[in-house]
Design a binder for this molecule. Structure first.
Ligand SMILES: Nc1ncnc2c1ncn2[C@@H]1O[C@H](COP(=O)(O)OP(=O)(O)OP(=O)(O)O)[C@@H](O)[C@H]1O
Ligand SMILES: [Mg+2]
Length: 491
């Protein structure tokens, strides 16, 4: 593309439509009913960013995006569309791609440590009650104070068992942590493990710089999270993406408004992020989305209906691509009107009416132009992709993974000394000491210590910090503190 340096060609109607790279970090929204062209739109955006040297992260929820890694077939309907929209230099070609998979089946494994995930997101993941979340916060706090690394699930489980056994000592120092509460958290952990999340927690943890690679020709890599299986655990999916977004937010430096984004992050099936979530989390999403822009990250939500996205998040999404919506029921009609109202109107047509009439692969487009003002909405035939629409064959994916720039980095898991090992060793020492005292020491060495340890080094100041952790802000601060301490240790 001649224009690739400053803008991406999206398609055309009366006029060609572009996405300006310098406003691409002002986020975006792709919406439309099933089968209207959202995934292909995501595909042409990802291709365009890659060509412009911008790495991309996206999820493949249905398995139909992986074809982005190989050249498409020059079918007649694609060539016709290209001609219709004046895409003179339309040529088929692959996009440099890295596949990831939380379950390590269809891509490189993606891992995070338990401490990186932090108690706030983990509580959401486990669907904990307030009391359980409070107990989990205390567990993280104690791990921090006692120098116990929380890397994987067995670290967390060992720590929780240890807390339950220490009982009163914990309660007097930190607040109430009952055996029943700990038991409930343990059961929730088991549910998560049964979903296959066990592999996700551990090391080597994902280094976000590996999502920001550029190939030898200066094209950005498209990181595709293979998410078909993950979508069967929507909460894990949404929490994982949220975690990734907050990692990017916390780790990337401020860059102001760059000429082009450093990374573009697509959040497919975005309604999963916002349904049935605590206000504290919505606040967090809003906060991260607002501030991540100046770190050069553009976030694009992809969902069926703009009503899926809370107003305050919606207000921050400057670049809009609206595919067709149906308008049979009153509720659908309302959604259409709401969607229409968010655009800068075009006197040439009625926006609401147009939304219901759009063909497949056609959309209403409005992007940010000079000075960041939204362009007048235009009915636009979206450009055809250069890569394949649809899935890769397994052997094709294997070949691409063979060439992957991160090959060998994540493929095998590591198991360092952490909470589980330390607690087990402490228990073993205790058992040995008890034997020396001639006591009965039938306790198996692998069980964590049943501490009668009186860690009274805990002074009033610390206690009050921990108590403040009951507010969501306090929790967030506590999480940051933990991150600061543990995050640097785990890297
Ligand atoms: N820009 C385009 N150029 C050419 N064909 C397109 C384009 N957009 C969509 N199509 C055609 O429409 C089909 C459906 O599009 P797509 O898979 O993107 O829909 P979707 O909105 O993602 O659907 P779902 O909600 O079911 O995931 C594609 O397989 C392709 O044949
Ligand atoms: Mg789709």
């Amino acid at each position: 593309m001649n224009d690739a340096d400053e803008r991406l060609f999206l398609g055309a109607s009366a006029e060609p439509q572009y996405l300006e790279l310098r406003y691409a970090n002002r986020h975006g929204l792709v919406t439309g009913a099933t089968g209207t062209g959202k995934t292909v739109t995501l595909q042409i955006l990802a291709e365009g960013f890659s060509r412009a040297g911008v790495p991309v992260f996206c999820a493949d929820a249905k398995g139909d995006l992986s074809g982005i890694a190989v050249a498409g077939e020059a079918k007649d309907f694609l060539l016709e569309r290209a001609e219709k929209i004046g895409l003179a230099d339309y040529a088929m070609g692959p996009t440099p791609t890295v596949f990831w998979d939380l379950f390590a089946e269809q891509g490189h494994p993606v891992r995070a440590t338990v401490s990186e995930m932090g108690p706030l997101l983990l509580s959401r993941l486990l669907e904990l009650s307030d009391a359980q979340e409070g107990a989990l916060n205390i567990a993280f706090r104690i791990a921090d104070e006692e120098g116990l690394l929380l890397l994987d699930m067995k670290d967390l489980r060992a720590l929780l068992t240890n807390l339950a056994e220490r009982g009163r000592e914990i309660t007097t120092t930190y607040g109430n942590v009952t055996k029943a509460t700990v038991g409930a958290i343990q059961r929730r952990l088991l549910v998560l493990e049964n979903q296959g999340a066990e592999n996700f927690f551990g090391e080597p943890a994902l280094d976000i710089r590996d999502l920001m690679r550029i190939d030898r020709d200066g094209r950005g890599f498209v990181n595709v999270l293979m998410a078909e299986r993950l979508m069967t655990s929507p909460r894990l999916y949404a929490t994982f993406l949220l975690w990734l977004l907050s990692e990017l937010f916390e780790q990337l430096p401020e860059v102001g408004d760059p000429e082009r984004p450093k990374l573009v992050f697509f959040f497919d099936e975005a309604h999963l992020l916002f349904t049935d979530v605590a206000p504290a989390l919505i606040e967090k999403v809003e906060h991260v989305v607002r501030l991540i822009r100046s770190k050069g990250v553009g976030v694009y939500f992809v969902t069926q209906n703009p009503l899926d996205v809370p107003d305050r998040v919606l207000a921050q999404l400057g670049n809009r691509i609206q595919h067709a919506l149906r308008a049979y029921t009153p509720r659908e009609q309302k959604a259409v009107r709401t969607a229409a109202d968010t655009f800068r109107q075009n006197p040439g047509f009625d926006t609401a009416e147009a939304i219901t009439q759009l063909g497949v692969g056609e959309a209403l487009v409005s992007t940010l132009e000079a000075k960041g003002v939204p362009s007048m909405v235009e009915r636009t035939l979206i450009r055809p992709p250069a890569s394949r629409m649809g899935p890769l064959r397994p052997e094709e994916r294997r070949a691409i993974m063979e060439e992957s720039p991160v090959r060998g980095i994540y493929d095998r898991s590591l198991d360092r000394e952490s909470a589980y090992e330390l607690l087990a060793a402490a228990a073993a020492r205790k058992t040995a000491a008890a034997e020396d005292d001639g006591e009965d020491a039938a306790k198996p060495a692998s069980r964590p210590a049943s501490g009668r340890r009186s860690d009274t080094a805990w002074e009033a100041g610390i206690k009050s910090v921990v108590r403040s952790v009951s507010s969501s802000v306090g929790r967030e601060i506590a999480r940051r503190l933990l991150r600061g301490v543990l995050g640097s240790l785990t890297r």
